[in-house]
Design a protein around this ligand. Structure first.
Ligand SMILES: Nc1nc2c(ncn2[C@@H]2O[C@H](COP(=O)(O)OP(=O)(O)O)[C@@H](O)[C@H]2O)c(=O)[nH]1
Ligand SMILES: [Mg+2]
Length: 441
């Protein structure tokens, strides 16, 4: 799981709180102790930890519960709100428009991998990305980026032979075709004069919209110091914290960045190019507390339609019509994988591979196929026999295999939905309502 030790520690604290019959001063204190322990283990700065638990204590013991909340819900809600503030407050804005992005960071931070992840992120949202390999420092850096580009079918510009990264960038810009230009650069052990000089040169040539500092989460609270330093020297516009999956120190890195005012834009959650999430503290804390983040997910879809769909899923009528409108919503929200990963109980491992790789092209084809079906077939795909399949494939200009593939994918999704349905109730609403649904307050 992405959040490692921090998640289980915080979840524990909240679960314990939830299990109490009354939440009094002693219970609040105990919860604060548990939260302190979890955060300190995650390498969060001691002073920050104490400030946080002080605020929680103070609010929990002095504020009256909002209308409609029990004392217990009230306290859990305060924990939630304070943690959100602590970990960054605002959801990262990533405008989907033409832009130029320069990546910087120390050796091994994850720049090159992240360059590919960002390219994939934009590609999946319908913008054409281009990658530029400006790491002329490390052996085979160009090859590494080119292989990444191949995986996601994004063109990589660069010159294996050229040693001057400024030259590489200039040449690339002369011929580059793409709406989002992502420039990878070379790192050093630390931000030294040599590196500042090189990045500054690239910066002048590129005139980027974003300068992202890539920081590995295993730096823990040291990430704050590094973010400040890069901020001062290179005027970074955002931070990407990588390797959230492979260290217990993610909480330290995120809270330290938040404390220095550095904007965390994305987090890296694995070695795969799909392992990138836009950073959203509310969603992140919902996950920490263990309630998934349906809220973050649903906020991006049409509310009424989402509710209607949620109801249908809960009632067990997940038809191809629902599948189709979900595909549409998903296309407007981000990759399906990203979306599914946010639904509690529907972790990646339970998802059929076909879903994860579903690309826009395929989605389009699937849409044509569903459009070519009769209303009866859409409501109940089990009536689709071989001759109907042929008719549908002809009508939609696709192959019979495509039709079979879609039906299979639909069945798998339905199964996943049924599983989800069995687990949880309550798809919509604010955190308090969500917690009611999940926790049995
Ligand atoms: N587990 C994990 N590994 C990552 C992540 N991002 C990058 N890596 C790995 O970190 C190593 C260094 O990454 P690279 O992109 O070459 O770093 P660079 O030197 O900054 O360009 C590689 O082995 C990557 O696979 C992440 O989010 N999670
Ligand atoms: Mg690199």
């Amino acid at each position: 799981m992405v959040l490692n030790g921090l998640s289980s520690g915080i979840q524990n604290a909240v679960d314990k709180l939830r299990g109490k019959s009354i939440v009094d001063k002693a219970a609040v204190k105990e919860a604060c102790k548990d939260i302190q322990r979890a955060l300190l283990r995650s390498d969060v700065d001691v002073e920050l930890v104490f400030d946080l638990t002080e605020s929680i204590k103070k609010r929990a013991l002095t504020e009256d519960p909002q209308e409609g909340l029990t004392q217990k819900e009230h306290v859990v809600n305060i924990v939630y709100e304070e943690l959100v503030k602590f970990l960054g407050r605002e959801k990262a804005e990533i405008p989907l428009q033409k832009s130029k992005i320069l990546l910087t960071g120390t050796f091994g931070a994850g720049k090159t991998t992240t360059a590919g992840k960002i390219a994939r992120f934009y590609r999946n949202r319908g913008l054409k990305p281009a990658l530029v390999a400006c790491d002329t420092y490390r052996e085979a850096a160009y090859d590494q980026l080119r292989q990444i580009g191949d995986q996601i079918e994004v063109k990589v510009y660069g010159d294996e032979e050229e040693e001057d990264s400024a030259r590489v960038l200039k040449d690339a810009l002369d011929e580059v075709e793409g709406e989002v230009i992502i420039v990878d650069s070379s790192g050093r052990d630390a931000l030294n004069d040599d590196m500042v000089e090189e990045i500054t040169k690239l910066d002048e040539i590129l005139e980027p919209d974003e300068r992202f500092l890539v920081i590995p989460a295993d730096m823990g609270q040291q990430a704050g110091k590094q973010a400040r330093q890069f901020q001062e020297e290179l005027n970074i516009t955002g931070v990407i914290v990588t390797k959230m999956d492979s260290t217990a120190k993610g909480g330290g890195a995120l809270s330290a960045c938040a404390a220095t005012g550095a904007n965390v834009k994305f987090i890296g959650t694995g070695e795969g190019l799909e392992d990138l999430e836009r950073y959203d503290p509310e969603r992140f804390v919902s996950q920490l507390i263990g309630y998934g983040d349906l809220e973050g997910l649903l906020e991006r879809v049409d509310e009424d339609e989402a509710e209607e769909q949620a109801k249908k899923i809960m009632e067990g009528e997940f038809t191809l019509n629902d599948f189709q409108s979900q595909m549409e919503q998903v296309q407007s929200m981000g990759s399906l994988e990203e979306v599914m990963g946010k639904i509690p109980g529907l972790s990646k491992s339970k998802l059929p591979d076909g879903i994860i790789d579903m690309q826009e092209e395929k989605m389009k084809r699937y849409n044509y196929i569903i459009d070519s079906m009769t209303p009866e077939e859409r409501e109940d795909p089990s009536v689709i026999n071989a001759s109907r399949k042929r008719r549908i494939s002809e009508g939609s200009g696709t192959d019979v295999e495509d039709v079979s593939e879609l039906i299979k994918l639909y069945r798998q999704s339905k199964k996943a939905m049924d599983m989800f349905k069995g687990q949880k109730r309550g798809m919509k609403g604010n955190i308090q309502r969500m917690m009611k649904g999940f926790g049995g307050f």
